[in-house]
Design a protein around this ligand. Structure first.
Ligand code: AMP
Length: 173
């Protein structure tokens, strides 16, 4: 990749709460060349993967995953916050620092054996990604890989997602 995408990621200290260094991707989204390069890089591991769909985590995962799906010629499956999806769903609940959170998927969005990749913008502690993996597994999907624009590797989140291949465009150690 010729473009240094890290130049388009802005650090916002103490957001959304004290002690968190938030990786703000909006400068990257605003730049056509950087946005294109990010989508290309996210799609790259799957060009010959014959994916049925990319499953993405609400909400910033959606921004990239729909573009990746178009680039790969596959479908898009939304993994959403509770009570957003209108048809029958299954859910996965994961631990947050304080309390829990839940994501849901339509039960007919992924069929047994479907080749699926999961996409999100950032992996931090890995709880969200692990819940996404659980949803794909519950529906019997064949999880081909999990991709992030940004891995905050110093938080060790990828250890939570088992033995699936993980691809990160930008890694902060
Ligand atoms: P986690 O479950 O801890 O891996 O958190 C992942 C979700 O929280 C991702 O979907 C990110 O969008 C968001 N997130 C967590 N930490 C950060 C951070 N430092 N900068 C930007 N986004 C973050």
């Amino acid at each position: 990749m010729s473009l240094d995408l890290t130049a388009y990621i802005r650090d916002i200290p103490d957001f959304p709460k004290p002690g968190i260094l938030f990786k703000d991707i909006t400068p990257l989204l605003a730049d056509p060349a950087a946005l294109k390069a990010a989508v290309h890089a996210l799609a790259d591991p799957y060009r010959d993967a014959n994916l049925v769909s990319v499953a993405a985590i609400e909400s910033r995962g959606f921004i990239f995953a729909a573009a990746v799906a178009l680039e790969l010629g596959c479908g898009f499956v939304p993994l959403r916050k509770p009570n957003k999806l209108p048809a029958a769903t299954t859910s996965a609940t994961y631990e947050l620092e304080y309390g829990t959170d839940t994501i849901e998927v339509h039960v007919d969005a992924i069929h047994p054996g479907d080749r699926v990749a999961i996409i999100d913008d950032v992996i931090a502690t890995g709880g969200t990604a692990a819940a996404a993996v659980e949803l794909v597994e519950t529906l019997g999907g064949n999880l081909v890989g999990i991709s992030f624009l940004i891995d905050l590797a110093f938080l060790g989140g990828t250890a939570k997602i088992g033995n699936y291949p993980v691809h990160s465009v930008i890694t902060y150690n």
